[in-house]
Design a protein around this ligand. Structure first.
Ligand code: ZN
Ligand code: MN
Length: 474
């Protein structure tokens, strides 16, 4: 019985302000062909200079993935001709990558899965060809020379679900490290899986297929799933297969042949003569390691252990660092971790979505949200009223207690005041009273409801219940 063998190669644009080998800006979305110079256009006589920040970001990522850092890392020229590559070669790394030999632990459908990371190295991005409907093509060189990190796994995935989980975890890690926006729509994160099938007994394999043109994690998942099925089908029907690169067609949900695969030799890699090899000093590497933030998987586990949160909450809250920081600030100010989690993931998130704000731009600070949660805890307002208070805090910038005072929303807990209302409610609902006395406990609801309507929900429900019971049983 054949099993799927899947590996994933990811290219992530780094967040440096300048390009890999020149001082051009590396931003996304600038006017076409404005961020270019002789170096990134590959003009004769220009010389590249390595961006130290980019090297640091790759080492940072490699360390977070449990990789070793190389002691002598060379750049190579990967030669090929394509219009979006002005130099006719890409400066990349070959057999001496910056970092190698890491691992990522995943949990997929409740099972632990361990994925080996072969390497995380540094290279430069290419430009972009834009093909017009009239048959002409344009070349955009702004992206040419932008620092690119390539992260390659061993072929350790056995299903599309494992690949999806890896990409979700990797993207979250890159966000935490602040090394990439990892935005797939903008092309800042590109994933290329390789898929084939292997007979574990005989070692026989189907030819390896690489899939390109994947614009989302979901597309990667669907394409891998499709490709596994297609190869099983070819095995069954005896349809010939070959080593090739296939393109994902999102609309039709199929892969189609793009080109037959080049081998590494086709690129004629040779050492880049214009750049000295990088020899990262051990002190520098240790300083980068010491400055690593708490990593997302560890933080997620801590949220479960320390705050007693459900696994789901812990995962959502640690999706990005800012949300996790916000949540922890709220908990620090008011305790009540589960209530804080519900507010951050629920009502606050809704307001953020509606206004298109990120959590760092929230108009309600963690301290203000903590105060609101505190007013429920001390019985000043009910949960329902608090849900109406939060949008008012958002709109006005006022604190919870200011909104409650201004709109007179505090619960009525004064027994004399409520007693009067309870007496009215009892008088107005003789049938409910009779039913209750006849043994129907549920009939009490009608009387409680009467008091709540009279007070627009502002009576303290605990006090109301207590007083009604005292009257009826007394
Ligand atoms: Zn440049
Ligand atoms: Mn590459």
């Amino acid at each position: 019985m054949y099993e799927p063998i899947v590996g994933v190669e990811v290219h992530a644009q780094l967040t440096t302000s300048s390009k890999m080998f020149c001082s051009c800006r590396a931003e996304f979305g600038a006017e076409p062909n404005t961020n270019v110079c002789p170096v990134c256009l590959g003009l004769p006589g220009s010389l590249p200079v390595t961006n130290r920040k980019a090297v640091e970001q790759v080492i940072r990522t490699g360390l977070a993935l449990g990789c070793e850092v190389g002691t002598l890392c060379r750049f190579y020229r990967k030669n090929y001709f394509y219009p979006d590559l002005a130099k006719n070669y890409q400066i990349s790394q070959y057999d001496e990558p910056l970092t190698f030999g890491g691992r990522m632990e995943l949990s997929v459908e409740g099972r632990p899965v361990s994925i080996r990371i072969r390497r995380a190295h540094l290279e430069e991005d290419t430009g972009k060809n834009i093909h017009l409907p009239n048959g002409r093509s344009l070349v955009e060189y702004n992206r040419c020379g932008v620092p690119l990190m390539e992260i390659v796994t061993e072929p350790d995935f056995r299903s599309a679900a494992e690949v999806r989980e890896y990409l979700l975890q990797l993207r979250r890690l890159l966000w935490y490290l602040g090394v990439s926006t990892a935005n797939m729509e903008e092309g800042a994160l590109r994933a290329e899986p390789t898929v084939n099938l292997r007979d574990p007994e005989t070692g026989e394999r189907t030819p390896k297929v690489e899939i390109k043109n994947l614009a989302s994690i979901r597309a990667v998942h669907d394409a891998v799933e499709y490709e596994i099925r297609r190869q099983y089908h070819c095995l069954e029907t005896g349809e010939p297969m070959q080593q090739e690169t296939r393109r994902w067609n999102e609309a039709q949900g199929i892969t189609t042949v793009m080109r037959t695969k080049e081998s590494a030799e086709d690129y004629m890699y040779f050492p880049e003569p214009d750049l000295v090899p990088i020899e990262p000093e051990p002190e520098w590497v240790e300083a980068i390691r010491a400055a690593l933030p708490e990593l997302p998987q560890a933080r997620q586990q801590r949220f479960v252990a320390e705050y007693g949160l459900p696994e789901y909450d812990a995962q959502v809250l640690t999706e990005d660092r800012a949300t996790a920081d916000y949540f922890e600030a709220v908990v620090q100010a008011c305790g009540e971790p589960k209530a804080c989690s519900n507010w951050v993931m629920g009502d606050l998130q809704r307001l953020l979505n509606e206004s298109g704000c990120s959590i760092t731009e929230s108009r309600v600070s963690p301290q203000q949200l903590a105060e609101l949660i505190g007013t429920i805890k001390d019985g000043t307002i009910s949960h329902n009223i608090a849900q109406a208070v939060l949008p008012k805090m958002w709109a006005t910038g006022h604190s919870a207690r200011e909104v409650i005072a201004a709109e007179n929303l505090a619960l009525i807990s004064d027994a004399t005041e409520i007693e009067k209302l309870v007496d009215e409610a009892i008088a107005a609902n003789p049938k409910a009273v009779a039913d209750y006395r006849g043994g129907k406990e549920k009939a009490l609801g009608a009387i409680v409801g009467h008091v709540m309507r009279q007070t627009k929900g502002q009576a303290n429900a605990a006090v109301v219940n207590e007083l009604i019971l005292a009257r009826l049983n007394g």
